[in-house]
Design a protein around this ligand. Structure first.
Ligand code: 3PG
Length: 313
């Protein structure tokens, strides 16, 4: 069999494929059009969240037997069409949970301690320790939307920081929650009672704009939003409005709605802009939640394992 890898991934995958005698070709970050033009000979596609796997790619993939995704999200794949074509998709849920949860905590601390603004001021030549009076996580309420592997790990860390932890997940019942310090509650309670809201749900028609003008208006004054999930879950016009007018205390984003990196990235160093970047209290990173050596190696092992199981190797 021949595999094609289209993103930067752990060498665990290269080694695993070699051991299995599967030939591996690589083409880093092709566009969907380019992928469609080269995919025909391959039995296996190995990828992260780029590029979009649309009908054109799937139609061109005449030999494709399976797609292995080294990420949790699969919103960049036309799953219905892949299903029609009998091409199964195997993702790697949970493998980057610790990496994403660590980033979430770093993001809360950054906003609470004003690290980006304070650093910018110092590097701009001004030393003033009195401007940057922060807040502590202790005794604040962490509201987690989506209580899968990432949400659970965020809860664990938040508990260590002495936060109250509440969570909303429409697919769970209270008895499903094994962490006794977590209260499973309604979306309304998470919106209205959290000091920190962190999102860990996929982008679907149900979650698109879940945080919009109406929900942000009901949040606590000074609350912050952390989005290390998918950009479209937070309505950015509303976010701009409520951070600009001081109702919200800030947002720390690892993803934005016009992000080119989540399906469609065709090169590196992609120019990006957003009105949100004008706001000092919006901190942003370029979708690096799962980008640790540790997580990528774990993901690599799962990709190889899924491949062995699926093909009975
Ligand atoms: O869906 C995911 O697992 C994350 O968004 C990570 O995406 P990545 O593979 O680009 O790190």
């Amino acid at each position: 069999m021949k595999a094609l890898m289209v993103d930067y991934m752990s060498e665990v995958i290269d080694e695993g494929l070699k051991d299995l005698g599967i030939e591996l070709d690589k083409e880093m970050l092709p566009t969907s059009e380019r992928l469609a033009s080269i995919i025909a000979p391959y039995d296996i596609l190995i990828m992260r969240v780029d590029p979009f796997i649309n009908k054109e790619v799937l139609d061109a993939a005449t030999n494709l037997k399976a797609i292995f995704v080294g990420s949790t999200g699969t919103n960049h794949i036309d799953k219905e069409y892949a299903n029609e074509k009998n091409i199964p998709i195997f993702n790697s849920p949970g493998q980057n949970a610790n990496a994403v949860a660590e980033l979430v905590i770093a993001k809360v601390l950054d906003l609470y301690r004003n690290t980006v603004q304070a650093q910018n001021e110092v590097k701009g030549g001004i030393w003033n320790k009195y401007r940057w009076i922060g807040r502590e996580m202790r005794n604040k309420t962490m509201g987690i939307i989506g209580f899968g592997a990432i949400g659970r790990r965020v809860a664990e860390f938040a508990n260590v920081f002495h936060m109250n932890v509440i969570a909303y997940d429409p697919f769970l019942k209270p008895e499903d929650i094994k962490q006794e310090y977590v209260k499973l509650t309604t979306l309304d309670e998470v919106i209205e009672n959290s000091d920190v809201v962190t999102l860990h749900v996929p982008l679907t028609p149900d979650t698109k704009d879940m945080f919009n003008d109406e929900s942000m208006a009901r949040m606590k004054d000074g609350a912050i939003i952390i989005n290390a999930a998918r950009g479209g879950i937070v309505n950015e016009e509303a976010l701009y409005k409520y951070i600009k007018n001081g109702k919200l205390g800030g947002a720390n984003l690892d993803t934005i709605s016009n992000e080119l990196g989540s399906g469609g990235l065709d090169t590196m160093d992609v120019p990006v802009e957003s009105p949100l970047f004008e706001l000092d209290r919006v901190y942003v990173t370029p979708h690096i939640g799962g980008s640790t050596i540790d997580a990528q190696d774990d993901i690599g092992a799962v990709v190889i394992n899924n491949l062995k199981t699926h093909f009975n190797l």
